[in-house]
Design a protein around this ligand. Structure first.
Ligand code: BYC
Ligand code: FE
Ligand code: FE
Length: 472
């Protein structure tokens, strides 16, 4: 039986018979999916020290407890309503926001919600084997915290589908559990969510760069004229901050260890011999996950994006910071590929909204890379990490039609094929990473050789704490 105790919520679930009925069907399928496709080997005999959201106020956030993963209480939360909120951009600028889905925008909204929803379980699937190679119990707990919250994000989108899209919404909610990351016949919708993540460098890069696409997309959806979508995504953003913390500090702790080993060894090349992860390897993974996550922002020139903006469905990040919210006249200067060559072109700003959001994203990523470089600096090293040019290694949009090096210099097919292994991980890189992550560390307070411990533990607990414990 569905109850508020099992499903913490602030949407009056106990009063909503229709939603209860829909969830009663969906929830068992979700749990089955979680057991089949969620963290493998940690479902039944382990208890994890996790945070469960039990309300949207800060106190509701401080709730930590040991739980078995399948018993995590996935809740449904909307951020508090903003009184008299009006539509912040597009053709309906200034009108009251909508509490129901207007018929004419039903398909567009459904598509946005399904695409957002699809990424959440996809990431859990991608990460499901990582527990067997964890660098510490602290990191294992963080992995599971991210996983349960991505599960909750799926719930958030399913809540919207069940509440506002009737029969179609229920079908979509089922399909969200049927597609599978990397599956040839029924893959996840967006490309980066079909890439395998089988080592912890990929995991930390994913949470740094791909979860940050979550942040930019959720920021733009939180501007939506559909108020329930806005409120749901606003609350999801609070969880997203933790995912990016895991990514940024995870890579940062690897860089710290690499710097120590470089100073010990004297040469960067010897870091691998000492069982560490060398800087060129880290740079290749930045190149990979940054470019994959740029693709997630869609085409530079997009009539979909223009329609979403016009209709107030999906705005810019932090829309209130812009001066002008209808954006009918403005143009965006973009580098396009014409007959195989890069040319400048002016396109209507509304059609460039994906690129505008990508600009916000690139800046947010750059701030993180700058913080990583401070670690190198503090350790007296002159090496620096950097983001590749945004044309590099693109699979979606204008620049997918040609090849570029990390400086944005155009390359022919032959040079790209010959040199891409200098910039992107090759099979021997993966093998090396798996070789130093070939076992897991379950002893409280111990860390793998390639990463330093975090500055502090979770929620005031010591670093040496049983963050994941096995039942007797
Ligand atoms: N891969 O006009 P365009 C997160 C398709 S991450 C494959 O540019 P649009 C998370 C596109 O679907 C945030 N296909 O499209 C992170 C379209 O298909 P059709 C996820 C792609 O709609 C970590 C066609 O190309 N949230 O939360 O402007 C862990 C034309 O393209 C891709 C959202 O994405 C791609 N990368 O832009 C857990 C928000 N890119 O019409 C979670 C909702 C484009 O030809 N989604 N296509 O069949 C959107 O806002 C938009 O759908 C997109 C694409 C920004 C993704
Ligand atoms: Fe998410
Ligand atoms: Fe996330």
């Amino acid at each position: 039986m569905i109850s508020a105790d099992k499903i913490p919520n602030n949407v009056d679930l106990h009063l909503n018979k229709r939603l209860q009925r829909a969830l009663e069907h969906w929830q068992p399928a979700y749990i089955q999916w979680w057991q089949d496709m969620g963290p493998q080997g940690f479902q039944h005999y382990h208890q994890v020290y996790v945070r469960t959201a039990i309300s949207v106020d800060p106190a509701g956030w401080a709730h930590f407890e040991y739980v078995r993963l399948p018993e995590y209480r996935w809740g449904i939360f909307l951020a508090d309503p903003i009184v008299n909120r009006t539509i912040g951009f597009g053709d309906f600028f200034g009108q009251p926001v909508w509490q129901e889905v207007p018929g004419e925008f039903r398909n567009q909204l459904r598509r946005l919600i399904v695409t957002q929803g699809d990424t959440e379980p996809a990431s859990v699937e991608q990460q499901r084997w990582l527990g067997h190679r964890c660098p510490s119990l602290y990191d294992l707990r963080n992995l599971f915290q991210v996983n349960v919250e991505e599960g909750r994000h799926l719930w958030a989108m399913v809540y919207l589908l069940h509440s506002y899209f009737g029969r179609d919404g229920r079908d979509e909610a089922e399909d969200l559990l049927a597609r599978q990351s990397g599956n040839r016949d029924k893959p996840r919708i967006l490309d980066a969510f079909n890439e395998p993540i089988d080592n912890w460098l990929d995991f930390f890069m994913f949470t740094m760069f791909t979860d940050r696409d979550g942040k930019s997309q959720l920021l733009s959806l939180s501007e939506s004229s559909l108020d329930p979508l806005s409120r749901t995504t606003r609350f999801m953003l609070t969880e997203e901050a933790h995912h990016m913390f895991v990514g940024e500090t995870g890579v940062g702790r690897i860089i710290e260890r690499t710097a120590q080993l470089m100073n010990e060894a004297g040469f960067s090349e010897d870091v691998r011999k000492l069982g560490g992860i060398d800087l060129p390897m880290i740079q290749k993974h930045i190149n990979l996950w940054f470019s994959l996550s740029l693709d997630l922002h869609g085409n530079e020139i997009s009539t979909n994006a223009a329609a979403y903006f016009a209709n107030g469905l999906k705005g810019r990040a932090e829309e209130a910071k812009w001066d002008e919210h209808r954006v009918l006249e403005a143009a965006y200067e973009l580098e396009v590929i014409e007959n195989g060559e890069v040319k400048k072109a002016e396109i209507p700003m509304r059609n460039a909204m994906n690129e505008v959001l990508r600009d916000w994203y690139v800046e947010d990523c750059q701030a993180g890379v700058t913080r990583w470089n401070k670690i190198l600096e503090r350790n007296g090293l002159s090496d620096r990490l950097r983001l590749p040019n945004r044309k590099f290694n693109r699979g979606i949009g204008q620049y997918a039609a040609a090849h570029f090096d990390p400086d944005g210099r155009q390359l022919g097919d032959e040079e790209w094929a010959r040199r891409k292994g200098e910039w992107l991980p090759v099979p021997s890189d993966k093998q090396f990473l798996l070789s130093i992550m070939n076992s897991s560390i379950y002893e409280p307070g111990r860390f793998a050789n390639y990463i330093v411990p975090p500055a502090r533990g979770v929620k005031g607990r010591p670093i040496k704490f049983d963050y994941v414990r096995t039942e007797a």
